[in-house]
Write a protein that binds this ligand. Structure first.
Ligand code: PRX
Length: 652
């Protein structure tokens, strides 16, 4: 049967470079061989109750023990039923009880260059005081606290204070508009807002409080607003509603025992955009989420107490929740937190930070790596970044050539790269190499972690063959999985559980190769169907990015009378002349890399691609533009409207 009938996706990318971890890395790693990985994987798969029951007892503090490891019935899942624990306790008190209270929890650097450090003991004091501040404002178990703050230690303090007292945080990335904040506040019925006067970005002060003031006019459920003084810009404070963080903290007691909370108590909601409709408030729990982030952090980053770990995400995204705050801190890790832009005051800022703080583990996004490639190697060459021992990526697929650059230029060919595939919904990493065990292949997130049981099916729900792409689903529950969409059970069922009943639908396509390695092929909605061949966006894009004049690329389909769809690519170039000659060169290049089938019909050069605020290319907007339509749908997550305006203008 043709792929167009089964809904399978053609695999057109050939990537056979293999990078085994060095012997030295394996020797020092907690999981140092594929046999160790396989033993763990099998234990979790064959007897999940035993595996997760033991792991949960070992890793988390239990005020009251659980009586059932997991209950599940399709989409309805509960883990560690009957138990009581507290995430904030596991991140703070537990580390202090283990004798690590004087270890640094946070090394923080502001964009202007100011720095601060907090030990676990100091962090606990701040968190307890702020917990009491929140309680003083009437916040209790189950109340929603909306957080819209710069990347300062206080952002982590606010999150940990909420989870300490059973309040539910909803962190909103501090680049969203007033409208977007109000939408989220209303959907969640937020009771309290936390923000700051301003934030520093590329040397400018952005007036966060002004944005919040506009949002609060349309957020009737919010009773009070706590404002951190960060940028010292003028801002309007409304008497009786707005309070300064530092004033409330002055009188707050540092005594606030963590509240024992049900395993399944909601710890936070985090809004993520759907391609259509309003943003969804993804709901996570207490015990399962905490355990998943703690274990996956250990497995994937092979974390050691002496590591200086830097995840460059913002706490406004799930990556910041799981791998700046909860995962690392429940292990007692030292986390670097940076406030600003990667190119301020100059494009070498990240490497300057790595050198000065002797960062050993760096976890960042492909969009950032592509920018570093474009900015030029000279910014890296200025610095000694030899402290790095492990690199990670998250958020999008990484094109193999970008991966090789990361490996050579940043990793000095000695650091393993963990390409981590996961989602806001999964709570933590699902597929990734284990750096001391897995030989990596550029562009593949390699193998599932223990507890993850993926299945790939075609549109008829039949498992696809090796090397054919299909819909990636999860056949078994895992502790970190989402438990719902806030206030919208119907959408939760429809979106994740109705396509392949009993299985979680990720919304991504993937294939497995001959070695059992997984390759993510992009979102299901983004597949391009050319003459009955279903092509994955990432494969076409990777072929183009492997051309040395291409910096970044997005491939989409547009309607075509004969072929069904034609391939349209949007390309940003390094410093080459964009024009007809380069178009011909790129067509030839794709023909050579993939074949005639994938040669783009339209090649459009552009200065930038429309991206979400977390750096993902918004292909759905490009599909509209490629088809000559007005870009439609929700654009609240778009980072830079001028890019879209320019692309639409070019069309006219
Ligand atoms: O399409 C996949 C892509 O990002 C989606 C999840 O996005 P979000 O919920 O914002 O979470 C981002 C941080 C985990 C996925 O469905 N994605 C994420 N990581 C990868 C990826 N695609 C390919 N490779 C990855 N490593």
């Amino acid at each position: 049967m043709a792929d167009s009938e089964t809904g399978q996706i053609d695999n057109v990318m050939q990537e056979d470079r293999l990078f085994p971890p060095s012997e030295q890395f394996c020797q020092n790693a907690a999981i140092g061989s594929m046999d160790d990985y396989q033993a763990l994987y099998d234990a979790a798969k064959n007897d999940p109750d035993k595996f997760w029951g033991e792991t949960a007892r070992e890793e988390l503090h239990w005020f009251e023990p659980f009586d059932t490891v997991c209950n599940h019935d399709g989409s309805h899942v509960e883990w560690f039923v009957g138990g009581k624990t507290n995430i904030s306790y596991n991140c703070l008190d537990a580390n202090i009880a283990a004798g690590n209270g004087d270890r640094l929890a946070i090394i923080w650097e502001g964009e202007p260059g100011d720095t601060r450090t907090l030990t676990y003991k100091q962090l606990l004091t701040e968190v307890c005081k702020f917990s009491n501040v929140l309680t003083g404002q009437g916040v209790g178990v189950g109340d929603v606290v909306s957080i819209y703050m710069p990347m300062t230690p206080e952002l982590a303090i606010a999150m940990l204070a909420c989870t300490r007292i059973g309040a539910i945080h909803s962190v909103i990335f501090a680049g969203f508009s007033a409208e977007a904040i109000a939408d989220r506040n209303n959907d969640a019925s937020a009771k309290v807002q936390i923000t700051s006067d301003g934030l520093f970005r590329r040397g400018k002060t952005l007036p966060l409080k002004d944005t919040v003031n506009a949002a609060l006019e349309k957020s009737p459920t919010v009773e009070c607003c706590i404002v951190l003084q960060r940028a010292k810009n003028d801002c309007a404070m409304q008497a009786g509603r707005d309070y300064w963080w530092h004033e409330l903290m002055e009188d707050a007691s540092a005594d606030c025992p963590a509240l024992p909370l049900d395993s399944e108590a909601t710890s936070f909601i985090l809004y993520t955009s759907g391609s259509t409709g309003k943003p969804k408030g993804i709901r996570h729990t207490t015990a399962g989420y905490n355990l998943w982030t703690k274990k996956t952090f250990q497995w994937v980053f092979d974390w050691k107490p002496e590591d200086i770990y830097w995840c460059t995400a913002d706490c406004g995204w799930i990556t910041g929740h799981s791998y700046i705050v909860y995962g690392p801190m429940s292990n007692g890790a030292t986390c670097l937190m940076y406030e600003g832009a990667p190119n301020h005051p100059a494009p070498d800022r990240f490497w300057d930070v790595v050198q000065r703080h002797k960062v050993t583990i760096l976890y960042t996004a492909p969009t950032a790596i592509r920018a570093f490639v474009k900015w030029g190697d000279e910014h890296i060459d200025k610095h000694d970044i030899s402290s790095l021992r492990l690199l990670g990526t998250v958020g999008e697929g990484i094109n193999p050539d970008t991966w090789i650059w990361y490996h050579e230029k940043i990793g000095g060919e000695k650091c393993p790269i963990v390409d981590t595939w996961w989602q806001t919904e999964t709570g933590g990493i699902m597929m990734s190499p284990l750096p001391g065990a897995t030989a990596t292949k550029p562009g593949s997130c390699t193998l599932p972690l223990p507890g993850v049981v993926p299945v790939i099916v075609d549109e008829g729900l039949h498992p696809v063959e090796t090397n054919h792409g299909g819909m990636l689903c999860m056949a078994q529950p895992w502790p970190g999985m989402l438990r719902g969409i806030w206030g919208d059970e119907k959408r939760f069922q429809e979106q994740y559980w109705s396509t392949f009943p009993g299985n979680y639908l990720t919304g991504d396509n993937a294939r497995v190769d001959d070695d059992g390695y997984y390759w993510i092929m992009g979102r299901i909605d983004d597949v391009i169907n050319v003459s009955g061949h279903r092509l994955s966006t990432i494969e076409v894009e990777s072929a183009l990015v492997s051309h040395d004049k291409v910096a970044e690329c997005a491939a989409v389909g547009r309607p075509h009378d004969l072929k069904g769809q034609a391939i349209c690519v949007f390309v940003t170039v390094k410093d080459a002349q964009a024009g007809e000659a380069l178009r011909d060169e790129l067509r030839l290049h794709v023909r050579k890399e993939i074949g005639a089938l994938a040669v783009p019909d339209d090649i459009r050069f552009t200065d930038g691609l429309p991206k979400t605020r977390s750096g993902k290319i918004m292909r759905r907007l490009l599909r509209d533009i490629a088809a000559g339509r007005q870009a439609a749908g929700d654009v609240s997550t778009l980072e830079d409207f001028s890019v879209l305006a320019k692309l639409s203008e070019d069309q006219e």
